[in-house]
Ligand binder design. Structure first.
Ligand SMILES: Nc1ncnc2c1ncn2[C@@H]1O[C@H](COP(=O)(O)OP(=O)(O)OP(=O)(O)O)[C@@H](O)[C@H]1O
Length: 258
């Protein structure tokens, strides 16, 4: 794994961290190719029920019925024993769609963060750990909110806390599944801005969003699913600006503004 002499970047290596080739999930997603890793941004769009969440769940090891290939840093996971999937927990974090269930409602934000670190095999944050303070700053949440349960936060704060929980695992890749859909538009945009800030670091992003206007400036490429099948993919401006399929055109026409 070496830095590219031409570009001076880790682009090639980074994009190869998680590689799917012809990835199939039961009968719900079929034949998906993608490359994800630090510094890579991919949007996944499609109608309701097109398989976006199923794909996201498959990429964090929550879907048992896999076929095709899914490699983590060159190691095949499809058909591998469960132990082989353990490395995913520290590297890939999924933030769920529903802000009410993204975090355990009974746990304080501090406890949720501790739990995420433990599951990822990271060391514990001490009570006044500067890394904990830095994490809260990174998601623009006041440190006092650490002691609250999710129900005592606003919807936007809850999604920030869910992102903080995911980042606590120090992942190389964040997968966010419709995390703005329960928020009103101004608040949703603040979350999109946060994702954009995270992208300037080394974190890779796979963003599932039914609102296509959030994608340009946040991710570079987009994959369109239709009934579980990939129907179009490429640079986000090209795919959304000149849709090649009726599915993509329909999604673009339904977008609030692009
Ligand atoms: N656990 C499951 N077992 C069987 N079928 C499922 C399961 N979860 C979802 N499905 C079905 O798989 C298909 C894909 O669902 P999925 O939730 O991945 O789509 P989606 O694109 O994320 O939709 P949405 O935008 O509504 O969240 C749908 O037909 C759905 O009804």
């Amino acid at each position: 794994m070496s830095m590219s002499p031409e570009t001076g970047s880790f682009e090639h290596v980074a994009a190869d961290m998680l590689v799917a080739r012809g990835l199939t999930v039961g009968r719900r997603v079929r034949g998906v190719d993608l490359r994800l890793g630090p510094g890579v941004g991919l949007g996944v769009v499609g109608r309701s029920g097109s398989g976006k969440s199923t794909l996201a769940r498959a990429l964090v090891g929550l879907e048992p019925e896999l076929a095709g290939s899914l490699q983590l840093v060159g190691r095949e996971l499809v058909g591998a024993p469960r132990a082989a999937w353990a490395g995913l927990r520290a590297r890939v974090q999924l933030v769920w769609q529903d802000p009410a269930t993204a975090l355990d409602p009974c746990l304080s934000i501090r406890r949720s963060i501790e739990e995420a670190r433990k599951l990822a095999g990271r060391d514990r944050f001490t009570r006044d750990d500067p890394r904990l303070r830095a994490l809260m700053e990174r998601v623009a949440l006041a440190p006092e909110l650490l002691e609250r349960v999710p129900g005592a936060l606003s919807g936007g704060q809850r999604q920030r806390a869910a992102i903080a929980r995911a980042l606590a695992a120090e992942p190389a890749l964040l997968i966010v599944d419709e995390i703005t859909s329960a928020l009103d538009r101004p608040v949703a945009w603040t979350i999109v801005d946060l994702l954009r800030t995270l992208r300037t670091g080394e974190v890779g992003l796979m963003m599932i969003s039914h609102d296509l206007s959030f994608l340009p400036g946040t991710v570079e490429t987009v994959l369109v699913l239709d009934e579980g099948l990939p129907v179009e993919s490429g640079p986000v401006e090209a795919v959304l600006g000149r849709p090649q399929t009726a599915t993509t055109r329909e999604l673009v026409d339904a977008a609030p503004r692009l």
